[in-house]
Design a protein around this ligand. Sequence first.
Ligand code: NAD
Ligand code: ZN
Length: 244
Amino acid sequence: MELKDLIEAARSVVPFTGAGISTECGIPDFRSPGGIWTKMRPIPFDEFLASQEMRDEAWRRRFAMEDHFGDAKPGRGHLALASLYRAGKVPGVVTQNIDNLHQASGIAADHVVELHGNSTYAACLDCAARYELPWVKQQFAAAGDRAPDCPACGGHIKSATVSFGQAMPERAMRRAEELTLGCDLFLTVGSSLVVWPAAGFPLMAKRNGARLVIINREPTDFDEIADLVVREDIGTVLAPLIAH
Ligand code: NAD
Ligand code: ZN
């Protein structure tokens, strides 16, 4: 069956998205040739905690990202998934992305399950108080390019993303599992499926009897268990699903 028929036949479709859905919006992925990964080693959580220099560097990178992709808009993939959501086919999206573009495409924040958090705001690691980026930026600059700590409790302030070595968010993991076990079509879009535990969800869906579709221009380790593999450009493949 083709993608369109699989979606039509499904009762509940759960999309699982990765960086590949946002590349056409101008945000590079990690593992494509020339991706962020090949240029900058990510800062693991323990190093962020251990040194002021690493926290300064993490924020310097975050502000540079803001300059480059701060005004990115949802792409055709995001819009197609939002159309399926509005039509009642998609109860929620599970995403590894941190760019807030599913919310920007019109999916209620409550229905976007973020496995790796969100980079568009910050939080205190100790008391969880939320801080907006412009405030962090102003504090950073005022202190001579020094990452600020929480005025309320003195804890470190980090963008609200999940770094390597940092615990996965429990509620998001639970909700992702519920969505995965409740669907009969699991739609993987733009993920290399190598980051765990996130990559466990396609496997969980398949074992639970759902059909599995993988849309990704490069092969993945799960292609052989998928019911359909579409190795083409995401925007081109999903554009026909956008409801006008
Ligand atoms: P990844 O970089 O490991 O894999 C992305 C995949 O998408 C690649 O296999 C690539 O071939 C494919 N791809 C890219 N553009 C495509 C297109 N237009 N059409 C079809 N396929 C395309 O990404 P991942 O699996 O999401 O893992 C990376 C981790 O980094 C994630 O955990 C995520 O949190 C984070 N990340 C997020 C963003 C973002 O929020 N936009 C960007 C970079 C990295
Ligand atoms: Zn605090």
